[in-house]
Design a protein around this ligand. Structure first.
Ligand SMILES: Cc1cc2nc3c(=O)[nH]c(=O)nc-3n(C[C@H](O)[C@H](O)[C@H](O)COP(=O)(O)OP(=O)(O)OC[C@H]3O[C@@H](n4cnc5c(N)ncnc54)[C@H](O)[C@@H]3O)c2cc1C
Length: 348
């Protein structure tokens, strides 16, 4: 697939809207309604992705009703699982393998149909690859201004989001009748996944024709915890010097702690680690109980992705490295000595 520019996405989305007049939404006054949230949840290969429940938590903060939505092949059982999460009134599911991979070209019209039917005030998804890919197209179809990566909700129309790599906090007020929002998972911890009893309902499937086809994916398989939701993360930077050293030192340390592996952008750009492991402004946002990093200087773009971690521990040979300004625990030393030593102690 060719990389799409923002304007080409908008053009394609608007032409899709024109082709289907039935997708037009009624205009209503936000003040005349109570909040009703439509939480777009994620599944992968028939497995529910609990991190996406952050959208439900955000809906809880808005008050009013929360309807969860999931689509793909065989998702009725996923919908049943979602229905057990606390705070959800109803789960709408659409069974169709066309939605398995969350391709925005056909998923966005599907959402429009279901949103139109329910007349929701807020449509919320996680600020994950899925949400970041899908919600801009949905916003274009609804002719509404997306509010991205929010970390707090002040009222039904006022939201807080970090900008400039987390160096400034912006408060955004929206007068759109339907607010399309992505939420930062670390700011909205998922609700309890047991004890709820939501009703299940089959959704509308417009079976929209799409010019985009899923061809294949090349995934790195790992038995380690998922970086985005792991309790512990060990992260390596350019200080590791090479891919060989990264692969020699980081996996044993991660295994000793039961942690996920992350990396700085410099480590990724240097080919030490896969792109999917990048933590930071242009990588993943993580907020584990423990973030242990080695050979990472602590550039603001890296901090933007991990500074909400509960405990930050850093190994760096430079006592002036900025990472020590945010670290709760710091170890000044050569990582090629300290990491094997620490790994050995942890194993014992
Ligand atoms: C628009 C933009 C977006 C960006 N997005 C991201 C992002 O998402 N994530 C990200 O990480 N960066 C991002 N960056 C890059 C960021 O600015 C830094 O360049 C990067 O984080 C540096 O990575 P590093 O700390 O691994 O490398 P360096 O800055 O080179 O630091 C290496 C550190 O290792 C230490 N070290 C070296 N040898 C040893 C040793 N033997 N023992 C112990 N310590 C040692 C050094 O003292 C140094 O502090 C972005 C930049 C821009 C402009």
């Amino acid at each position: 697939m060719l990389p799409a520019t923002r304007s080409s996405i908008l053009r394609a989305a608007r032409s899709q809207l024109r082709q289907s007049q039935s997708t037009a939404l009624p205009r209503y006054s936000a003040s005349a309604r109570f909040a009703s949230t439509f939480a777009v949840l994620e599944q992968k290969d028939g497995q529910f992705q609990p991190a996406s429940l952050a959208a439900v938590t955000a809906g809880t903060k808005l008050g009013g009703s929360i309807t969860a939505f999931v689509a793909g092949s065989g998702v009725k059982s996923v919908a049943e699982e979602i229905g057990k999460a606390k705070g959800i009134e109803k789960v709408i599911y659409v069974e169709n393998n066309a939605y398995d991979k969350g391709l925005p070209e056909n998923y966005a019209p599907l959402l429009v149909e279901n949103i139109k039917k329910g007349g929701y005030t807020h449509v919320i998804a996680g600020h994950s690859a899925f949400g970041k890919n899908l919600m801009p197209r949905l916003s274009a179809l609804l002719d509404t201004q997306q509010i991205s990566d929010i970390t707090a909700i002040e009222s039904e129309d006022t939201f807080v989001r970090p900008i400039y790599a987390g160096n400034a906090i912006m408060t955004v007020q929206s007068s759109d009748s339907v607010k399309v929002i992505t939420v930062r998972g670390t700011a909205f911890p998922a609700p309890e996944t047991e004890g709820g009893s939501a009703a299940l309902e089959e959704g509308v499937d417009p079976k929209a024709e799409s010019a985009t086809e899923w061809v294949s994916e090349d995934l790195q398989k790992s038995d380690r915890p998922d970086l985005g939701s792991a309790d512990k993360v060990v992260s390596g930077g350019r200080g590791l010097k090479s891919k060989e050293e990264f692969d020699k030192l980081m996996p044993p340390l991660a295994d000793a702690l039961g942690a996920a592996i992350g990396a700085s952008r410099a480590a990724v750009d240097s080919g030490f680690a896969d792109n999917s492991l990048q933590v930071g402004q242009t990588g993943k946002n993580v907020a584990p109980q423990l973030y242990l990093c080695a050979g990472i200087s602590g550039a603001i773009q890296h901090l933007a992705g991990m500074k909400d971690s509960k405990v930050i521990a850093a190994i760096n040979k430079d006592p002036e490295a900025p990472i020590f300004q945010v670290a709760d625990v710091g170890l000044v030393g050569d990582l090629f000595e300290k990491i094997p030593e620490l790994t050995e102690k942890l194993k014992q």
